[in-house]
Design a protein around this ligand. Structure first.
Ligand SMILES: *[C@@H]1O[C@H](CO)[C@@H](O)[C@H](O)[C@H]1NC(C)=O
Ligand SMILES: *[C@@H]1O[C@H](CO)[C@@H](O)[C@H](O)[C@H]1NC(C)=O
Length: 425
């Protein structure tokens, strides 16, 4: 109530200022456009210029030796759109000093996304930060949900090389592609089969491509985040976030250097996504999980240095790729710090998973999940010790991968993503 009164008043004042700001904005814009003409912006010439013969003015790519697929107009327009400033700057002009940027990566499950976004809207502290929604493909229903977000600054980015954006050429399906277990020599088709003899499926490889493109773009390219010195939290469209998630995460990040100096990350949820935590009076260090993980730039640099391992491992899952090749190459266990009660839950569709009951699932847009009172407020204590899970089971070095990532074109594209924003190599 109080908040809505205050909002109404703020709106009145804002309206009075609007005309002035509007005029100022137009003047600035004109100045900006004129100035731009004289500035030699770093532009990408590697993929040549487009049909009109004009170089693109919007990418920050400076590497001239890239071998990215030739973009269609739609892909180019998405890349342009990625340069747009965040929305809601009028409502939240400033980010808090110690904000943790949140990146939500999504594909096309609007029902799920709505649940994830609704849960985020109730997270204490969310208005202090920037939410980046990274889209794999372009879907109106997904856009609508993101455009309606009013609880913090929001920026949308779209993977311009998503297979979903290329209807009849690589990275999408091209007419000459081998299918299933085709023999390229006999069928005279294009493709390299994976270790199990299967050819690429664009729909399936798009997940790993998106994750890798997003990581590279968020850390190394976006104006809003490429200088960010703190942690970035990564979420997916099928994650439910508890109201205490953000404050708990800030605590974990603050405690990490003393409590667990060898931890690489801070997590909102246990590595085993079926678990909700131990409920002990203790912090937990365990292997890094794939729900609600956050880390800083130092860790990203370490991951980026393993681009070759990431891109050549024959598994279409980004997370299994990390567990089986990237993390083991760090030369020691890769721990993450988390609380004893989960602050995020991975949900799925009811009936698709085994062992119902404990599993959070969604039916007709309704999630069967109760948030207990203790999980609505920060529930991590700074005087707690740390319990370390050693020798946890799970995917690790030696696992050969589930396949689906055998095509040299996919491996090449993946490597290009790693070079995209780097001046050399
Ligand atoms: C790039 O900038 C130049 C000069 O401002 C402009 O003429 C041209 O249309 C721009 N090209 C694109 C693709 O936006
Ligand atoms: C980032 O996190 C790592 C692992 O927790 C830590 O060793 C490093 O000092 C941190 N870097 C910065 C710049 O805070």
């Amino acid at each position: 109530m109080a908040a809505s009164h205050r909002k109404a008043r703020v709106r009145d004042v804002a309206f009075c200022r609007m005309i002035f700001i509007g005029v100022l904005g137009v003047v600035l814009l004109v100045l900006l456009i004129r100035t731009k003409t004289f500035i030699d912006l770093v532009s990408r010439h590697s993929t040549e210029t487009d049909e009109s013969g004009l170089a693109h003015n919007y990418t920050l790519v400076s590497n001239k030796n890239l071998k990215l697929p030739r973009q269609n107009e739609f892909s180019i327009s998405l890349e342009k759109r990625n340069q747009m400033p965040p929305r809601n700057l009028d409502l939240y002009p400033r980010l808090a000093k110690n904000h943790v940027v949140i990146v939500l990566y999504v594909h096309n499950r609007p029902q799920y996304l709505q649940v994830a976004v609704d849960s985020l809207s109730r997270v204490a502290g969310i208005s202090e930060t920037l939410l980046i929604v990274s889209h794999d493909g372009y879907f109106e229903e997904m856009n609508k949900i993101v455009e309606n977000i009013k609880f913090c600054q929001v920026k949308q980015i779209f993977a311009p090389y998503s297979p979903h954006v290329f209807p009849n050429s690589f990275p999408g399906v091209s007419p000459n592609d081998c299918k299933d277990k085709d023999d390229p020599a006999k069928k005279k088709c294009e493709g390299t089969p994976d270790q199990y003899g299967n050819h690429r499926s664009p729909k399936i490889v798009s997940l790993k491509h998106h994750w890798w493109w997003m990581m590279n773009t968020v850390w190394d390219s976006l104006k809003e985040t490429s200088q960010h010195s703190g942690h970035i939290l990564f979420l997916e469209e099928d994650h439910f976030i508890y109201p205490n998630a953000y404050r708990n995460l800030q605590l974990l990040i603050e405690l990490k250097p003393q409590k667990c100096p060898h931890c690489y990350a801070a997590n909102l949820a246990p590595c085993d996504v079926k678990l909700r935590g131990e409920g002990w009076e203790s912090l937990i260090a365990e292997r890094m999980g794939n729900v609600g993980y956050s880390f800083n730039r130092t860790v990203w640099q370490k991951i980026h240095r393993k681009a070759r391992e990431f891109c050549s491992f024959d598994d279409y899952n980004w997370d299994i790729t990390m567990w089986a090749t990237v993390f083991p190459s760090f030369g020691g266990p890769v721990y993450t710090l988390r609380g004893p009660r989960t602050s995020a839950v991975h949900f799925g569709k009811c009936g698709l998973h085994q062992g119902q009951g404990e599993t959070a699932c969604i039916d007709n847009g309704v999630l069967n999940l109760e948030v207990a009172e203790v999980d609505r407020v920060p529930n991590i204590k700074s005087d707690w010790g740390v319990y370390v899970y050693e020798h946890q089971s799970g995917y690790q070095a030696g696992f050969r991968g589930w396949g689906g990532w055998g095509d040299i074109r996919d491996r090449q594209l993946c490597l290009e993503f790693a070079k995209m924003y780097r001046a050399s190599g």
